[in-house]
Design a protein around this ligand. Structure first.
Ligand SMILES: Cc1cc2nc3c(=O)[nH]c(=O)nc-3n(C[C@H](O)[C@H](O)[C@H](O)COP(=O)(O)O)c2cc1C
Length: 378
């Protein structure tokens, strides 16, 4: 099992940073650009990718949820079923399935994931997505709630799945969900329960992380931007007696020279599809900008940032293996536990990352640990 030490409070600095990748279960790759992408959204490609990734040292794979096309993502496979296929063809990888409260009821998700946890021998997690794409909700006849109300529903959703997974006769009377003496059997294999991820950047997203989620996923950002979020979440989490880990998105462009990596980035942006990027920009105003503080995901994103769906260029894992490994260790130093990575040509670049970048990260981590032990810091 690849579960994070989220719930047992293992000393943070000594844990190796973990790696996740975005499952391309949606067509068009992870950049809104007409650059060539040797990435496919079909099953065969994804099964091979998952096998490459677990052999390369990746712990997690995140399957995305989309009900309708958004800006280049014309085809979208359903994440729970897609992940089931990947789990049946891998041995160690943990599949994080993304779901939207609203279309999913917590009782349905809790039951699906309990079964999947048994099928996969404890290798499934969930990502609770609060939603930003109003057009998608309208298209399937789901009510579109205001920003903070969506997070209130997500908070209840998380409390509900946790309760169902860990208690018999679960009873909960919320604004959105109601349970009365409900007992799920079988319960999931993983104890206390499968890991619960939840994403965003807004105050509401951070508050949910500081109370309810096991891992907070956020968009790409600068080291300073990520640190500000982590400090806010961790100080609130301490006040609530809650432990939460942090995952950050990054679009990785690792090449033998920095020049090559920068050229790839320049080509992605030069070949961006301006109409699709603009369409995406018009839609993401329903995310962070719609929050009372007018901050959060995409609130400050530029055109270039939006060419990658989750601001992944901003994390700057672009350059040589050495430069990237150093930046990853810097992210770990400010409290990041998981790097969620996207690539242009997934299969070949995941393999390269495992061969060239990951060993350097482990070396740097070992050096840091040794330095700390020498000066007596645990
Ligand atoms: C790492 C990550 C993964 C996400 N995956 C999905 C997804 O699969 N489907 C989706 O509709 N939204 C996804 N989201 C969107 C968020 O759940 C959330 O709705 C959005 O980030 C709004 O954040 P805000 O409250 O900071 O504005 C993801 C966000 C992050 C950071």
């Amino acid at each position: 099992m690849t579960d994070l030490p989220t719930t047992n409070g293992t000393a943070h600095g000594s844990d190796p940073i973990r790696f996740a990748y975005w499952v391309p279960n949606v067509s068009g790759g992870l950049v809104i650009s007409n650059i060539e992408q040797r990435t496919s959204w079909d099953f065969d490609y994804n099964i091979k990718l998952a096998q490459i990734a677990e052999n390369a040292g990746f712990d997690y794979a995140l399957s995305q949820i989309r009900f309708t096309a958004g800006y280049g993502a014309d085809n979208q496979h359903e994440p729970v079923i897609f992940s089931t296929a990947l789990l049946q063809n891998t041995e160690r990888l943990n599949l994080i399935v993304a779901v939207l409260p609203g279309p999913w009821h917590p009782a349905v998700l809790a039951k699906q994931v309990a079964t999947l946890d048994h099928l996969s021998k404890g290798r499934v997690s969930v990502n609770i997505v609060s939603g930003w794409f109003s057009g998608e909700f309208r298209a399937i006849g789901e009510p579109w709630l205001d920003h903070d109300e969506r997070y209130l529903r997500s908070a209840e959703f998380i409390q509900a799945i946790k309760g169902i997974w860990t208690e018999d006769n679960f009873t909960f009377h919320g604004r959105y969900y109601y349970f009365d003496n409900y007992t799920l059997k079988p319960k999931p294999l993983q104890k206390p329960h499968p890991t619960i991820f939840q994403g965003g950047s807004s105050r509401a997203a951070r508050d949910n992380a500081s109370r309810h989620s096991d891992v907070y996923f956020t968009n790409g950002n600068t080291v300073e931007g990520i640190k500000a979020q982590i400090d806010d979440i961790q100080s609130k989490a301490r006040a609530h007696g809650h432990k939460v880990r942090i995952g950050v998105n990054a679009f990785v462009i690792a090449r033998d020279t920095e020049g090559e990596a920068r050229e790839v980035l320049a080509e992605i942006i030069a070949k961006a599809n301006p109409e699709a990027v603009k369409g995406f920009a018009d839609e993401v105003v329903n995310a962070g900008k719609a929050s009372p503080e007018r901050e959060g995901n995409w609130a400050k994103s530029t055109f270039e940032d939006l060419v990658q769906y989750n601001d992944g260029f901003r994390t700057n894992l672009i350059g040589t293996p050495e430069q990237i490994a150093e930046r990853i260790v810097e992210l770990k130093r400010i409290g990041v536990d998981i790097i969620l990575s996207g690539f242009l040509h997934f299969q070949e670049e995941v393999e390269y990352f495992g061969r060239r970048v990951l060993p350097l990260v482990r070396e740097l981590e070992a050096q840091q640990l040794e330095a700390r032990t020498t000066v007596g810091v645990s």
